[in-house]
Ligand binder design. Sequence first.
Ligand SMILES: O=C1O[C@H](COP(=O)(O)O)[C@@H](O)[C@H](O)[C@H]1O
Length: 241
Amino acid sequence: MNLLIYKTKSELLEDLADYVIAIAEKAIAEKDCFNFVLTGGNSPKDLYEMLSTTYREKLDWSKVFFFIGDERNVPPGHESYNGLMAKKSILAPLNVAADHIFFVDTTLAPEKAAIEYAKAITTHFKGADLAFDLILLGMGDDGHTASLFPGTDILDSKEVTVESVFVEKLATYRISFTAPLINKAKNVAFLVFGEAKADALKHVIEDDPKTPELYPSQLIDPIDGSLTWFLDSDAAKLLDN
Ligand SMILES: O=C1O[C@H](COP(=O)(O)O)[C@@H](O)[C@H](O)[C@H]1O
């Protein structure tokens, strides 16, 4: 595991953007495409805007397939739909073709939406191992990541898939990659800013023994891939040196 701590958000974003491009270039050189899983929430918006502007000329974006690691159970045009933020900040500016975008169809019931999304991913990988080149993740101030929330059933899933999950504290369904699917990835990167995340981050990184039912981000531990945490100094302020 690599822990990278930055004084400023802009330094962090620049390094993270370089990291994304380096992984993308390697994937494209090896197999002519890059399977890139975006995270939702607020944290990644500036990164996506940076990739689609300053970094626009640094990659052949037509070789990139975009996915979303979790989705809220709201209509696709809703302001909380993770895919909408991605669409506005990176996909539309880069003119990404519709057949390179894999998002959750939330017009379906949550369970069906998860099944259809999992099917679309499996079809895209043509029966090969579901090992994404890069999965970006955020972390909530309760330690959740993707839609793996504390105390939810999906935390026990052993399936390499996408599942729907009822999140009691939000009184809503979510659709999410399971931890085993995330852990198949070749590279996983967390993007965590701000003081509000400091307490959960300390538990996630330093607790021994781990308690993933309380801090689900502890479940993320790629089997053969790399795990990198991009943190600002506010989020990292409680970590032991
Ligand atoms: O609800 C969600 O929250 C997490 C964390 O979001 P952030 O804005 O605090 O970074 C996010 O990673 C996830 O995709 C989203 O659905």
